[in-house]
Each structure stands twice: as structure tokens, then as C-alpha cells.
Write a new protein. Structure first.
Length: 266
């Protein structure tokens, strides 16, 4: 089973994240107090560890140095060996992952950096939830896994998006109901107007204005099709307060007015 997941044995692994995990065990692991070496396998389960100590971890013969704030993700069947430097504590989750393996390689060991507090909170929430609401524990671990996957870059294996581009997207998504001008988006992302234009062209192949327009219309279509909100309220919710302008935008985007889109056209 283990060979299914390796993209570079002992170093990078393909992780199926299209379905939530089924958590079999999680908690706070304490090791190294009485013995300096542990060697073991989990034949059928993945292992996620968030470290609070320094040690040497060997995964299928490949050595890694782990430090506080590092995270490891080990597939089923891998032989792991820990060499501790005294009492060592980590957060852990053992789980099964259904679904097909992703094609991109996620490093077995990574520095979680600024994501460390978030990962710690998610795992602690999972630990607290497991006894009474195990499906919530699954969800918390799933969220942690997506964040671990994001440390290495996006899901398609391409380069990590520029931090300012990600900040711009977050600003746009949280302000679609408000006026959105390129200078304001650039300020929120911490870059110049021209730099933001270049980032959007490189990342999306389009302009900032075109991207905002597309996201507004995608949200509008969702609300028209899936809700009973009045059309005027939907127009307000996507930052197009004028009904005539909203009607024109719908016709331009889908070739049909809002009522027709609500009825299944476009």
C-alpha cells in the first residue's frame, strides 16, 4: 500500500484529500523519557505529527531533522524511526484516507512556520472533539491536512502563488458587496497598483477588473439558482446596487436576464 503514495520514497508523498479522513487515533504523544529510539510502522494508517521538540526522524531509510514547529506526514506502511534527545512531545493524528492519490508531491517533513499555531489549534480541537463528535474530529484533521498540503504550494503542483496575490484574492472575496477599485485592492495586498496588475496577469491571465466582475457574477448565479433572495438583494450582495446595471451584467454574462437565470436559463 505504501508504494502507492510515494512520489520520492521517504521524501515526498502523494496525498488523497478529495474526501475527509477517518481518524483512528489522535492525542498528545510523549516519548523519549525512558528510551532514545522508537522504530515502528502503521500498516494501514497515515501519520500526521506536529512537533514541539528536536529529533531525528527516519522514514523508509531517509533521515530528516525535525524541530519545534515542523510537521510530518507519513503514508501507511512506512517504517519510521525516531531518535529522541530527551523527553519529547508532539500532537499526532492517525487516520485512513479514502479517494485517489493526488499527483503532486508533498514533503514528508516541512517547517509549518506561521501556520504552526493554526495547525496546533486544529489538532487540539480534533483531540477534544473525538470522544463525543468523531466526525468533527475528522473535519478538523482534514482542515489541518489541507493546510499542510498548502505549505508545499498549490494543489496542482505549480509554484506557490505570490503572497500579495493571495492577500488580494482574500480582500476581493470578503468585499464583493462593496465598491472594489484596483488601488484599494493593491493597498490591501501591500503592493503598488502596477505590481498588482502584473501579478493578476501572471496568475490568472486576466485583469483585476475582469476577475472581480467574474467573481461577482459567479456569486450572483449561485444566489439566483440556489436561493429565494429577491433579485434586488442579490444585486446588492454582489456589489451591483443598480438593478438596471445588474440586468445588463446578467445579459452580458449569460445572455439572459436575472429571472431567466433563476429559472434555469443561461
Amino acid at each position: 500500500m505504501n508504494e502507492t503514495y510515494w512520489t520520492d520514497p521517504g521524501r515526498t508523498v502523494a496525498v488523497p484529500l478529495d474526501e475527509p479522513p477517518r481518524v483512528a487515533g489522535l492525542g498528545v504523544g510523549v516519548h523519549g523519557a525512558t528510551r532514545a529510539l522508537d522504530v515502528f510502522r502503521l500498516p494501514d494508517l497515515w501519520q500526521l505529527h506536529l512537533y514541539r521538540y528536536g529529533a531525528e526522524l527516519t522514514v523508509d531509510g531517509v533521515a530528516h531533522q525535525v524541530r519545534p514547529g515542523h510537521v510530518s506526514l507519513v503514508p501507511p506502511g512506512a517504517v519510521v524511526a525516531f531518535r529522541y534527545r530527551g523527553r519529547s512531545e508532539h500532537l499526532y493524528a492517525h487516520f485512513a484516507l479514502p479517494g485517489a492519490a493526488r499527483t503532486d508531491g508533498i514533503p514528508v517533513v516541512q517547517d509549518a512556520g506561521a501556520q504552526t499555531p493554526v495547525l496546533s489549534e486544529l489538532l487540539l480541537l480534533a483531540i477534544a472533539s473525538a470522544p463525543r463528535t468523531p466526525r468533527r474530529a475528522d473535519a478538523e484533521v482534514w482542515g489541518a491536512l489541507w493546510r499542510v498540503a498548502g505549505l508545499a504550494g498549490p494543489a496542482d503542483g505549480g509554484p506557490r502563488p505570490h503572497r500579495a496575490f493571495a492577500a488580494a484574492l482574500a480582500h476581493i472575496e470578503s468585499h464583493l458587496a462593496e465598491p472594489l477599485a484596483v488601488p484599494g485592492i493593491a493597498r490591501a495586498a501591500g503592493v503598488s497598483h502596477n505590481h498588482l496588475l502584473r501579478l493578476f496577469r501572471a496568475e490568472t491571465g486576466t485583469t483585476v477588473v475582469a476577475y472581480v466582475r467574474r467573481r461577482r457574477m459567479e456569486r450572483a448565479r449561485h444566489l439566483l439558482r440556489e436561493s429565494t433572495l429577491p433579485i434586488a438583494a442579490i444585486a446588492d450582495a454582489v456589489g451591483i446596487g443598480d438593478l438596471q446595471a445588474f440586468n445588463k451584467a446578467c445579459r452580458r454574462e449569460w445572455g439572459a436576464p436575472p429571472r431567466a437565470v433563476r429559472g434555469g436559463e443561461g
